[in-house]
Design a binder for this molecule. Structure first.
Ligand code: BJ8
Length: 426
């Protein structure tokens, strides 16, 4: 597939030939995985376009905005980083996690190979000059979540300014105070780099815009609880993945437009698959674009994914920030509480996450849970011990899949998922 080059790629210093190659591969895989699905909602056309043009229009749009309003572009890697603050100070937050193995060789020149593929991928995109998203950022924001990420910020900081937020790993009063201080420090950092001062009105507006996006995603996921679901797991996942890249207000509008269509389908009982298809709920590590592996295997084997307890799923949008406080301090407290309610396995203990998975698996009427772990992610891997026990006690069948971004294990995973679906369908 030939790729029309954007002139800005050259000025951003992107490796043009490899960018062509990467986008060309995406242009081959995407129609196979996505466009071949039957009975897709019409509103998905927007998200198809956004994926095909992922290194193009969104970058141009951010650069135009920067030129017009002096907006700073801030790259993030974790859903604990409060986008509301960046938006309130006139900036643009953009997610930079990597979901493709294309950049592994570039990361391997610097990092050990046996680390989490999500990190290996984004480090490779940076080191190989393969991502215009990285190259248009004014600074990056890391966080002290897992060990591999923590140490990676030191390496990234050598090539691009990287600010690090210290995330506590427990949820007591001391930890809350630490996290509050970290959010206040992040506000100061963003104020200094933007040359603006945070106001109550601006922060409130930032909160409302992000809450609007969360509400739209909640609405989308609500429709997936229907029997049969009106949208495939792959399409819903794609929308969630694009939430990290697309212009926030347009994204919210487009998701709501798809939801209108999906709710009408639910009313008519119109689904993308038969009522008897095995319904699977995914729990675990994030699935960053273009990582559609498990969803594609499930849905090309006769099942359907009805929800994801991941950071590219429900964890991202489940809790809203309280918009009611009238003071800056009150709004900051609301941010602190909302972000600390996310249950990442970097926290200990993390039993709330287990309770949530059981509750959501039931709400989404799942026949079984696939516990998805990216290779070398110790936190999610070890947390499975308690998760498996709890799910079994709750009578919910579970299958653990540990994988990376390559295709080598696709056949074996397909066999295991098919056997699992057969077992839960009996
Ligand atoms: S809140 S899941 S986005 S840290 S998968 S890099 S934990 S070794 S991505 Fe994450 Fe924030 Fe948690 Fe979500 Fe490390 Fe594990 Fe890799 Fe991970």
């Amino acid at each position: 597939m030939t790729v029309d080059r954007y002139p800005m790629w050259e000025s951003l210093g992107i490796d043009l030939e490899r960018n062509d190659e990467f986008l060309g591969m995406l242009g081959v895989v995407y129609p196979e995985v996505y466009l071949s699905q039957p009975n897709r909602p019409k509103g998905m056309a927007y998200f198809d376009g956004a994926t095909f043009d992922i290194h193009g229009a969104p970058i141009q749009e951010m650069l135009d905005e920067k030129k017009k309003t002096d907006a700073q572009i801030v790259g993030t890697f974790c859903i604990y980083v409060p986008d509301e603050v960046i938006l309130a100070l006139g900036g643009i937050p953009v997610g930079l996690c990597g979901g493709s193995s294309y950049s592994f060789p570039d990361a391997d020149k610097t990092l050990p190979r046996n680390i989490c593929p999500l990190i290996r991928s984004y480090v490779g995109f940076k080191m190989g000059k393969l991502s215009p998203f990285f190259e248009c950022c004014d600074f990056l924001v890391g966080e002290t979540t897992c060990d591999a990420k923590k140490k990676t910020w030191e390496i990234l900081d050598e090539v691009q300014p990287t600010y690090v937020m210290e995330l506590p790993q427990r949820k007591g009063e001391i930890d809350r105070q630490l996290w509050r201080d970290e959010i206040v420090n992040f506000i100061k950092k963003t104020e200094d780099t933007s040359g603006k001062r945070l106001t109550v009105e601006a922060l409130k507006e930032g909160i409302q815009r992000v809450n609007g996006k969360r509400k739209a995603l909640k609405r989308l996921y609500e429709t997936r609880k229907a029997l049969p679901p009106p949208i495939s797991g792959k399409d819903a996942l794609l929308i969630s993945q694009l939430a990290f890249y697309d212009q926030i207000d347009r994204f919210t509008e487009k998701v709501n437009a798809v939801c209108d269509e999906l709710e009408a389908r639910v009313k008519k009982g119109d689904g993308v698959i038969g009522k008897d298809a095995p319904r699977l709920f995914i729990s675990g590590t994030p699935q960053v674009i273009p990582n559609w592996k498990v969803h594609h295997i499930v849905e090309s084997s006769g099942g359907v994914v009805v929800g994801e307890e991941t950071c590219t799923g429900i964890r991202y949008f489940n809790d809203l920030v309280d918009e009611s406080p009238a003071t800056l301090d009150g709004l900051i407290d609301a941010l602190v509480d909302r972000y600390l309610s996310i249950n990442c396995s970097c926290f200990t203990p993390n039993d709330m996450r287990i309770d949530q998975v059981i509750q959501w698996a039931k709400e989404y009427r799942a026949d079984g849970v696939i516990y998805y772990v990216l290779q070398f992610c110790h936190a999610y891997n070890v947390e499975y011990v308690k998760m498996e026990r709890a799910l079994k006690e709750a009578g919910i069948p579970v299958l653990k899949i540990e994988s990376d971004y390559g295709d080598e294990d696709t056949g074996q995973i397909k066999t295991r998922i098919e056997a699992f679906m057969e077992q839960i369908s009996q």
